[in-house]
Design a binder for this molecule. Structure first.
Ligand SMILES: *Cc1c(COP(=O)(O)O)cnc(C)c1O
Length: 366
């Protein structure tokens, strides 16, 4: 640490993203990315002329991109804010609507970045314990004295709160801002997005990193009342007007318009997820029923940290969280059918190895 870092930043807790090792090729199932390419329309959109365009500043109002998003979702451009990933969009929400010391509530088991944001912006965070089955009980949020952020479906559990419950929460607390992070919503089929233009205290945040296969482009957007979007743009233009570059925007526009490709990708992931879940259960795993592009699971014969390490040795990356309530579980992103087949075979081999060791140990004991 240098002598120049300001005091307020000394106890920040930077987010630790899923690792991206490059020492050998891995089946990468640790960051909920997809192992398939973006829409073919994106390949067409990033043409030589797009490269020429790099000599000019991109449109800081992101008109064309916001319009494309608005058209696809049946809303208007002034109800859309676009940014450098859902992470940046969330950051602008917090920067715009939260003062240091303000309260923010979120579940104790959720996307780890919320804790980081709370530290970054000096918020008074309170984590509300999820139930023993990891579900979020909306009744725990009904009578709070602060704003609320929920990932729906939640990460890393894959569980979701029904949209009607969230509507109840939003309606009951008109002077509390409710932020719904819908990073995985395309895999669950039920969204709060239409509510975000109906209720002035609801902000819905989306990303292209998961269902649109574009984590590397890092595009996200928010949908809310035009007053909220206007405020966020005011902050953006006071911080970094060019938060999205021209190439990324061209890619984003092409991607968002290709709803057929999105549907195709999502259906494939859901089918693979359901099949993989059954296969895990068949070999003794407990799997939380997921509405996202990952499963959260555990097996009583092997510690999840050990399974994670063994899988990595075999060239498969998964995500283990050390937090007390999560440490028994492993989060595995749903890749292609071929990838999940390799994962399953590898897990079976690791388990067979362990059972063999167990049997030998028992024989020695006798
Ligand atoms: C992956 C994820 C994000 C990050 O989205 P980016 O657009 O890549 O910043 C945000 N929220 C949740 C819940 C996520 O799981």
């Amino acid at each position: 640490m240098s002598i120049f870092l300001v005091d307020e930043y000394k106890d920040m807790e930077p987010y630790v993203p899923g690792e991206q090792p490059k020492d050998k090729p891995y089946i990468k199932l640790n960051a909920n990315e997809t192992s398939v390419p973006p829409s073919p329309k994106v390949f067409e959109a990033i043409s030589k002329s797009e490269i020429w365009n790099m000599s000019y500043y991109a449109d800081p109002h992101c008109h064309e991109f916001r319009q494309a998003v608005a058209e696809v979702y049946g809303i208007t451009e002034d109800e859309v804010f676009v940014g450098n990933g859902a992470d940046e969009v969330l950051s602008f929400v917090l920067m715009s609507f939260f003062r240091r010391g303000m309260k923010i509530y979120f579940p104790d088991i959720t996307y780890g970045f919320y804790r980081t944001y709370a530290k970054t912006y000096g918020l008074d965070m309170e984590e509300i314990p999820v139930k023993d089955d990891f579900s979020v009980d909306i009744n725990d949020y009904m009578e709070l004295d602060g704003d609320i952020i929920l990932a729906n479906p939640n990460n890393p559990t894959g569980l979701m709160v029904p949209v009607e419950d969230i509507e109840r929460l939003v309606k009951k607390n008109p002077d509390r801002m409710v932020i719904i992070d819908e990073a995985y919503v395309d895999y669950c089929g039920e969204s709060c997005l239409p509510l975000a233009i109906k209720y002035p205290n609801l902000v819905v945040v989306r990303t292209f990193s998961k269902s649109r296969n574009m984590a590397g482009a890092h595009v996200g957007f928010a949908v809310a009342s035009k007053e909220i979007i206007e405020d966020m743009n005011k902050i953006k233009f006071s911080f970094n007007p060019f938060n999205l570059n021209s190439v990324t925007m061209a890619a984003g526009i092409a991607a968002v318009k290709d709803t057929d490709y999105l549907k195709k990708c999502v259906i494939r992931v859901i089918n693979t997820r359901e099949r993989f879940t059954k296969e895990l259960e068949n070999i003794g795993f407990e799997v939380i029923p997921s509405k996202a592009n990952f499963v959260f699971c555990k097996h009583e014969d092997i510690k999840s940290q050990v399974l994670c390490d063994r899988l990595k040795e075999e060239g498969i990356l998964t995500r283990h969280f050390a937090d007390e309530r999560l440490t028994d579980y492993l989060r595995i992103t749903i890749g292609t059918d071929e990838e999940m087949m390799v994962v399953l075979i590898t897990i079976k081999e690791i388990l067979a190895d362990i059972h063999k060791t167990l049997v030998t140990a028992q024989e020695v004991a006798i």
